[in-house]
Design a protein around this ligand. Sequence first.
Ligand SMILES: Nc1ncnc2c1ncn2[C@@H]1O[C@H](COP(=O)(O)OP(=O)(O)OP(=O)(O)O)[C@@H](O)[C@H]1O
Ligand SMILES: [Mg+2]
Length: 389
Amino acid sequence: MAHVIAITNQKGGVGKTTTAINLGAALAEMGHYTLLGDLDPQGGLSLGLGLAAHDLDLTIYNILTDTRIPVAGITHHVRAHLDLLPSNIDLAVAEFQLIAQMGREYILREALQSVRAQYEYIVLDCPPSLNLLTVNALTAADAIIVPLQVEYFAMRGLEQLMDVYSRVRRRLNPDLEIIGIVPTMVDVRRTNDQQILQEVTKAYPGMLLDVYVKESIKFADAPRHQRSILELDPRHDGARAYRKLAHLVLQYYGEYVEPEPELPEEPAEAAVAAVTTEPAAVETFDFAAPEAEKIDPPIQIAGTLEITPAAAQSLELAAPTPAPNGSHIEIVTVESLSPMVRQDADLSLQPESGQAAPVKPVEPRIDIPPSEIPFPPPPRPAGDSPNGL
Ligand SMILES: Nc1ncnc2c1ncn2[C@@H]1O[C@H](COP(=O)(O)OP(=O)(O)OP(=O)(O)O)[C@@H](O)[C@H]1O
Ligand SMILES: [Mg+2]
């Protein structure tokens, strides 16, 4: 049976629709069958995922105003594991039509019953008001998530919302719970943001979720491209935040799984090629050293390995004893080695006078503490989209 979550805040433009789309996308990305329900006549959720809802004859309006219409006939399959119950401007008049109906607050709840078994999560995007559509969403839901734009009047809006929440719980839906508050459009550099978050923590202890969504222009781009931010830029901070929110939701319902490993900044392939772990505390680079291979006759490796041009730095040898075939050089310190130097390095080995036992440095390897790894991240391969949506 699907868990039904309403994304609600009567204040406009706080990130409800963005949260609904991206939470839905994150749950779907993790393989959970999710239905997104658009309860806003603006239809932002539908449009944001590329469904031209204004052209549709059947929308959520129809199931609210005619209980004979099955919900399953109105849903649209928009992504893998993700369906959408669209809305358009027709919904704007639904409220007036609902007022006269018996049990008007329960209509959505009853309509969703027929599809609850088909999904694991149903996420409802509420309109920016505390009208009958929102009340229907709160009555249909078993929990709410409150996106909170971190700004001066945030607390006031929260008080009103909590008041409505309590009333819905008392009169209509005693099981309604609060998953938590998600700060949106956060700028960690703004001290004001931190103060407001502290106030929220104080006024609503335990309600602030352990995730926040930073302010980013990408969130305005995503709906223009009719994609979630997870699809637009899977490695973006915002995508990570919404994945984390999805994990918190799973955790809330006791369906938590170990988080996916964070996507590496560099493509995995390149990282494997460049780095082996030996010894454990130190990353080992196989240094591409075409110049070194040309050194002939073989020379003693002990003392200093120098990288030219002159701007390059000296690397001290840790172990003056070379590996038996001379292919391995241990280095412990790197002063600073710029990516430029690495790319243009004309590697050559300076023999120390009086040394014997010549060996040939076929593939010198340089051990560099991870914090000093100087290599630039390689370019991301084209079409690298691990989200699979
Ligand atoms: N983290 C963010 N950083 C920057 N912009 C954001 C962020 N989240 C959302 N936005 C942008 O803010 C605007 C409002 O967001 P959104 O539509 O999700 O809010 P809403 O609460 O659903 O609004 P409404 O109340 O009108 O339905 C949109 O243009 C959206 O792209
Ligand atoms: Mg909205």
